[in-house]
Design a protein around this ligand. Structure first.
Ligand code: AMP
Length: 274
């Protein structure tokens, strides 16, 4: 595995190849969720590029940019083991070298509801950095987790609207044995707060059971979920279709239940695709 920090160098390296390139953008502190994306990219492409970049532009002022977990050494080892060929570790200065007068923005409505409502500049930052990375790496396929459902839907819109010739590959959410979705932010949890966080996935399991029993109404499902979330600050629970339109009733194979909570000032999100 080659580690490249320089933008011109990685562009040059990729330009030289006519082979397929699978790209996995991450913010590091890699866990088995990230690894599953890298492994999928390994299976489906000749060359696998993983980026690690904690993008300041997608963090709001009061968010956890300064404390976001960093584990470069472990990440290098984990990427290598998972089958990465090129690990791209650009600096903030190189990525934002000219103040970025031109900015890519997230769509007006879809970028500013749910996560985008609570984090008003978040998806602008995500769309902006991915546009840069897509232009640098020029991948054949790029891999995104369904755990960040709204991000995934917006990335698909980004490649469609800006005519990027990139296949976006949706990857399943990887969980701990007890159901907790893996997240770099899980390192903030202690024994007590982890128990609270576990109720996020448990609430989605309750919704899943209710749906199997034929309960499809949004309000019913949300109330059922809330029954085990009494001691957690809920930011939102919502039912949407795969185009991100809010729905009053679950449409099987076309719906997502999204949940975001705050525990100890940190956001945790999860979802169920039904
Ligand atoms: P992040 O480093 O949090 O920006 O995540 C990088 C990529 O990994 C995104 O496409 C996420 O959706 C994906 N990802 C994060 N957590 C998981 C998980 N538990 N399972 C699968 N993919 C994940």
């Amino acid at each position: 595995m080659q580690i490249i920090r320089n933008i011109d160098l990685i562009k040059e390296k990729i330009k030289q190849t006519s082979r397929t390139v699978g790209f996995v953008p991450t913010m590091g502190a890699l866990h088995l969720g990230h690894i599953s994306l890298i492994q999928k990219a390994r299976e489906q492409n000749d060359i696998v590029v993983v980026s690690i970049f904690v993008n300041p532009m997608q963090f709001g002022e009061n968010e956890d940019l300064s404390t976001y977990p960093k584990k470069e050494k472990a990440d290098i080892e984990a990427s290598k083991r998972a089958g990465c060929d090129i690990l791209f570790l650009p600096s903030k200065e190189d990525i934002y070298n000219n103040n970025d007068d031109i900015k890519i923005k997230s769509p007006n409505t879809r970028g500013h509801i749910l996560e985008g409502f609570s984090r008003p500049t978040h998806f602008d930052g995500v769309m902006h950095i991915l546009t840069k990375f897509f232009n640098i790496i020029n991948p054949t396929k790029a891999y995104f987790g369904k755990k960040d459902a709204q991000q995934l839907i917006l990335v698909k819109q980004l490649v469609q609207d800006l005519f990027f010739d990139i296949d976006i590959v949706e990857c399943e959410t990887i969980r701990e044995k007890d159901g907790l979705a893996l997240s770099s932010r899980n390192v903030y949890l202690n024994e007590k707060t982890r128990k609270k966080a576990l109720n996020i996935s448990k609430s989605l399991s309750i919704a899943y059971t209710k749906i199997q029993q034929g309960h499809l109404k949004r309000d019913y499902l949300i109330n059922a979920m809330k029954s085990i979330l009494e001691d957690i600050e809920i930011d939102y629970i919502e039912t949407i279709d795969r185009n991100m339109k809010q729905i009053d009733s679950i449409e099987i194979r076309n719906s997502i239940i999204l949940i975001a909570v705050i525990i100890d000032n940190k956001r945790y999100i999860d979802n169920l695709w039904v």
